[in-house]
Design a protein around this ligand. Structure first.
Ligand SMILES: *Cc1c(COP(=O)(O)O)cnc(C)c1O
Length: 844
């Protein structure tokens, strides 16, 4: 550690390097109380992270001060999920400090990659929705938009997945165990959040009805702030996550009862609200604790927004001019009645004024049309937990239904369909209806999805408020999903095009002519091969499977869900396996099938599909006839960091959901950006990718959305497809007959039963033929390595549209009406600089 650089370095650079080393060593010693002998690997990581964080803090303070001074409109992105992954490397890249810190650690004798690998993923999300929120934060900071992300600081993020005997086993994700160096707790930013109690309604002297919510239990929401640096600008935005702490009032109430242990127990229970992320993606778990989490986020955030607004303003009618709140799905929808409550009950506004402010402030993003994912909360939850909000929702509904009656007189069916209340055996609040009525904007996340909202799911609302509906096709940040995750490809691209693509993704179109340049094509292939070798070594270490780097890496990585049709992929694998068994000498393009993804712990069929994948792998991988032409790999614990390893190494991206079910998809974009070719249905953003890339450069198959509807209406009989196609019949018979579960022949019967006797809701059998034919074309193209590489380059080159920078620019312009605010770099704050200047270059 006392090593000094041997080579002559520019003196300014040397000074900077010495400060970096000094900062690291000081944090190790003074922040963590360790020296080079006693430091654990996590101490090394934490000391490095603190040194990096220090370099962000000045810009962070400057940014926040600039927002305050300019009093520009701000964006609040509220989301129950932020799937951030790791922060260290991303921060270094955005701050432009990557090389310096890497060299500093190397000089100290550490392996930079190892340290980076010791960071825990911040997995505070399930999948696409949470990752979108994370990409948006990166884009908003990079584009200098005054923005905040608001969420929950779960103590346990998405569970860690293990595969034991082929089955998913869940383990807790104790991500804060070795501390989280990126967050700063804000003891002073506390908001009380009320639950339970009852409402007392009175009439005051002026004849105004007043509502008093009393006898409530309070939980405190405490803020933890994480800096979000933009790419090489001076903007550092904030992600504020709320953690539940018991309130002092709470303490008084329960400790005065005299039973000390019981009081402590109750105190702990109240802090459970922010304990754990619900692990279901695209399906709701109607649990009381989840309901309380949603209100906890909504309430704390609304109060924080109002508090910040009031620092500069007194007239709450101006709120929509200064604040835009985006609801990431309906999960934070309770913010709508909460803002109404604050404006009316606490601020004394009239209903009409409060409603105008509220609807002009909120905008809602829908993420799915799957019925099982549409949130509906039982009325009795509201009666018990949020009685005042129920009254507000009833009032919103009364006024809204009156509006419907005026516009569509005599249409009772419409009233029933559009009501915020579902009148079933158990009355429920339809949260999507609340969001549409309470917002000025409703958007889907891809063109097809937004059309389905208008013509199908929300057609009554579209007839009522056509101007509210719009589309914002999702995107991904190229800083993480190319620059950080694929350094070899990034460097090759930057060598040819310069670095403009990092903030202007359309620059990649300049790669198109290079697809004809033999030398460039060869280097493109080398990069892909190197990335594949890297993933192959990961597979060897984690799965003990040796895979052929020259085989076609065919990847399907995403949450396991029936609508995403991992099972269709499995049907293809078994089809290829049967071809080999029928003719062991068949000339077949070798493929490595790579799966990764978590199933919701309570989703039986999804877990059974994981099991099937692993059992098929067991048979196929160990069959001598196969002669290594097929390998099936299931990589455990899919998350952001594993995703970053897979996308750069993939040849083929599987995006094969039933048409009309995947709202957008963003995994599809990450693959194509990294030069994978897509096999996919005309679903979600695949359609827009095809428009950009060209149909001839993708592998499109299967029914279209209208065809899916038509077939359902006509009456879909999966058995017809089964009887008609002997190859398909054989595959399904093998699954149900126990060919892949010899010890337990009935293990996968239910899967076959679903397909044949339960209606095959996602129409795998209807798409099977077309899928297999398309896969055969994929294999044919793969034989021509040059043609494949050319197409791969075209795919990357045409991905400009799918930067989340483009998505955010559209939200900012068309929904939020916010402007960018370039933060001026002030003088370095004396506190830091002054202290350092005295010790130039001196290391302890
Ligand atoms: C991008 C991403 C997703 C979303 O993938 P889809 O294929 O669009 O469902 C899910 N999880 C992680 C970790 C991701 O990075």
């Amino acid at each position: 550690m006392d090593q000094l650089p041997q080579e002559p370095v520019e003196s300014a650079e040397l000074d900077s390097m010495m400060l970096t080393i000094k900062s690291f060593l000081e944090h190790l010693e003074y922040s963590l109380g360790k020296d080079k002998y006693s430091a654990s690997r996590y101490d090394i990581y934490n000391a490095l992270a603190y040194a990096v964080r220090d370099r962000m803090v000045e810009r962070w303070l400057d940014t926040q001060q600039a927002y305050y001074n300019s009093d520009q409109k701000r964006v609040y992105y509220i989301s129950m999920e932020f799937l951030m992954g790791r922060t260290l490397e991303n921060s270094l890249i955005n701050l432009g400090l990557y090389d310096e810190f890497k060299e500093a650690m190397t000089l100290l004798g550490y392996n930079f990659e190892t340290i980076v690998d010791d960071e825990q993923d911040a997995g505070l999300g399930n999948g696409g929705l949470g990752r979108l929120a994370a990409c948006f934060l990166d884009s908003m900071a990079t584009m200098s938009i005054p923005a905040y992300g608001y969420g929950i600081r779960y103590e346990y993020g998405i569970f860690r997945q293990k595969i034991i005997d082929g089955a998913q086993v869940e383990r807790p994700d104790n991500w804060l165990r070795y501390r989280n160096p990126w967050e700063m707790d804000r003891q002073e930013h506390l908001h009380p959040v009320k639950f339970y109690g009852r409402v007392i309604t009175t009439t005051n002297r002026e004849g105004r009805t007043e509502h008093n919510w009393v006898d409530t239990e309070e939980v405190m929401a405490m803020a933890y702030d994480t800096p979000i640096p933009g790419f090489r600008n001076t903007t550092v935005n904030t992600m504020r996550l709320w953690s539940a702490k018991s309130s002092r009032e709470f303490d008084l109430k329960f400790f005065n009862e005299g039973n000390y242990i019981r009081a402590v127990e109750k105190k702990m229970l109240s802090e459970n609200i922010s304990k754990v992320l619900y692990p279901a993606d695209n399906v709701i778990e109607g649990k009381e604790l989840r309901f309380k989490q949603e209100y906890f986020l909504a309430s704390a955030t609304v109060h924080d927004v109002i508090y910040r607004f009031k620092k500069m303003h007194t007239d709450l009618n101006l709120l929509p001019e200064k604040v835009a709140i985006q609801l990431n799905d309906t999960h934070p929808a309770l913010a709508i009645p909460e803002l109404m409550r604050v404006l009316i009950d606490l601020e004394g506004l009239e209903w009409e004024a409060a409603w105008k402010i509220t609807t002009h402030t909120f905008a809602y993003t829908n993420h799915t049309i799957l019925p099982e994912a549409l949130e509906k909360w039982p009325i009795w939850f509201f009666e018990q937990i949020l009685p005042r909000h129920l009254l507000i929702i009833y009032e919103i509904n009364n006024r809204f239904l009156e509006e419907v009656r005026q516009k569509f007189p005599g249409d009772n069916g419409k009233l029933e369909r559009m009501s915020l209340i579902e009148e079933s055996w158990e009355r429920k609040v339809r949260m999507a209806h609340l969001c549409i009525v309470g917002s000025h904007s409703v958007n889907g996340v891809a063109a097809l999805h937004s059309e389905i909202l208008k013509t199908d799911l929300f057609r009554d609302f579209f007839a009522m408020y056509p101007e509210r509906f719009n589309n914002k096709t999702n995107g991904i940040t190229q800083r993480r999903w190319l620059k950080k995750s694929n350094p070899l490809l990034s460097d090759l691209i930057s060598e040819k095009l310069g670095e403009a693509w990092i903030t202007e993704l359309f620059e990649l179109q300049q790669l198109v002519p290079l697809a004809e340049d033999h030398e460039f094509v060869a280097r493109w292939q080398e990069v892909k091969k190197a990335n594949k070798a890297c993933l192959a070594s990961y597979i060897a270490r984690h799965n003990c499977i040796k895979v052929d780097v020259d085989s076609l890496f065919d990847c399907q990585v995403k949450r396991i869900h029936e609508y995403k049709r991992q099972l269709l992929n499995v049907l293809h694998i078994i089809t290829l396996y049967n071809r080999i068994k029928e003719d062991p000498d068949i000339d077949m393009v070798p493929r490595t099938f790579i799966f990764s993804g978590k199933a919701a712990p309570s989703y039986f069929m999804a877990k059974l599909i994981i099991n099937l994948i692993n059992c098929v792998g067991n048979i196929v991988n160990n069959d001598l006839d196969v002669r290594d032409r097929l390998k099936v790999v299931f990589l455990a614990n899919y998350g952001v960091s594993l995703a970053e390893k897979i996308f750069p190494a993939s040849d083929l991206s599987e995006q094969i959901s039933t048409a009309g079910t995947e709202a957008s998809g963003t995994g599809n974009m990450k693959f194509a950006l990294n030069g994978s070719l897509t096999i996919g249905t005309l679903d979600g953003a695949n359609i827009e990718m095809m428009e950009e890339i060209g149909r001839e450069n993708m592998f499109i198959f299967g029914l279209t959305t209208p065809e899916v509807h038509a077939l359902r209406t006509r009456g879909y009989n999966p058995r017809e497809f089964y009887q008609r196609n002997p190859a398909l019949k054989k595959v399904i018979d093998m699954i149900s007959g126990g060919a892949f579960s010899p010890g337990n022949p009935d293990q996968f019967k239910q899967i076959a039963d679903n397909l044949l006797n339960q209606g095959d809701y996602y129409m795998l059998l209807a798409d099977y033929d077309s899928y297999i034919a398309c896969q055969d074309k994929v294999s044919e193209l793969y034989r021509d390595k040059k043609a494949w590489a050319r197409m791969s380059i075209i795919n990357t080159a045409r991905m400009g549209k799918f930067s989340s920078d483009r998505t955010i620019a559209e939200y900012a312009e068309e929904i939020w009406d916010v402007k960018t605010l370039a933060v001026e770099a002030t003088e370095q704050h004396c506190l830091h600089e002054g202290a350092c200047l005295d010790h130039k270059g001196h290391t302890p």
